[in-house]
Design a protein around this ligand. Structure first.
Ligand code: C2E
Ligand code: CA
Ligand code: CA
Ligand code: CA
Length: 271
């Protein structure tokens, strides 16, 4: 389009300028949102597939601006491009630990961006937060997607190994929607596999149910427990349980919610 008439060339640059300006403005407000701690995690319950008991929570970053909430699908990529993801990630980690520490034995899962894993300080930064907060590393699971492991496997492997050495657990996130190699589960020493919502949704067909059951038994054969994401119906929960999936996550159990809500619904009745 930029090689067409003069009018169109101007329009083209105009759009680019607008887009760039919009992005810069978002970057600026993201920067101050991180600094003022107005980005905070919501917590989604992870429950035992058999008993329905709360086992852990996944921390999911939330950002509400004057004009309403912005999805992490939008602001995480902006944070990555703007060099803000390391800070954002550590902020979510710290805030999540502060919430979860009071809930005995409940684990916390935190998402890690590929960019963070490429930072040579990543493992040391995470270890420093755990130490500063005297939080048991065994209660932390870091969720990473397979893409990370392809681009710089040796470096990623080292970071993962050094955090595993102090007890941090790792989950392979979004399994089944990318290259999905079972090999990565072993090679990097993952402690858990998270089955992507797209595979869970596919359960509703017989073929989908068979693929899912095969995937879960493969993981179980490697002694790797499985969490299913995006479980929305009792029928899905039943098939997952029968197929050997040990944890469920999804709207059926609960949407991401505030820490007080987790307490009210899953914890306070114990106290
Ligand atoms: P994810 O790690 O795969 O997280 C699961 C997403 O699925 C969450 O979306 C969650 O709200 C949604 N979800 C859970 N159960 C259901 C369900 O039953 N049905 C449907 N339709 N959706 C369900 P959310 O919170 O919008 O997060 C989107 C993605 O943003 C996350 O996907 C993750 O990749 C990224 N993200 C969120 N917080 C962070 C963060 O602190 N750091 C990094 N690096 N990425 C984050
Ligand atoms: Ca995740
Ligand atoms: Ca996921
Ligand atoms: Ca996902």
């Amino acid at each position: 389009a930029k090689e067409n008439g003069r009018g169109q060339a101007v329009a083209y640059h105009g759009d680019l300028d607008l887009e760039r300006e919009h992005r810069t403005r978002l970057e600026d407000s993201l920067r101050s949102a991180i600094a003022s701690a107005s980005i905070h995690p919501a917590y989604q319950p992870l429950v035992d597939a058999e008993t329905g008991e709360l086992k852990g929570v996944e921390a999911l970053a939330r950002w509400t601006t004057e004009t309403g909430p912005i999805s992490p699908e939008v602001f995480i990529p902006i944070a990555e491009r703007a060099g803000l993801i390391d800070e954002l990630g550590l902020h979510v980690l710290s805030a999540a630990i502060d919430s979860v520490r009071q809930w005995d034995d409940i684990t916390v899962s935190v998402n890690v961006s590929p960019i963070q894993l490429k930072n040579p300080n990543f493992a040391a930064d995470v270890a420093a937060v755990l130490k500063a907060k005297s939080f048991d590393p065994g209660r932390l699971t870091l969720e990473i997607t397979e893409g990370v492991l392809m681009s710089n496997p040796e470096h990623a492997k080292r970071s993962i190994a050094s955090l595993k050495a102090i007890g941090v657990k790792f989950a392979l996130d979004d399994f089944g929607c990318g290259y999905a190699s079972i090999g990565a589960l072993r090679e990097f020493g993952f402690d858990r596999m998270k089955i992507d919502r797209s595979l869970v949704t596919a359960i509703d067909s017989e073929r989908g149910a068979r693929i899912l059951a095969a995937t879960i038994s493969l993981a179980n054969a490697l002694n790797i427990p499985v969490t299913a994401e995006g479980v929305e119906t009792p029928a899905q929960a039943k098939v997952l349980k029968l197929s050997g999936c040990d944890q469920l996550q999804g709207y059926l159990v609960g949407k991401p919610m505030a820490a007080v809500e987790i307490e009210k619904r899953f914890i306070s009745h114990v106290a």
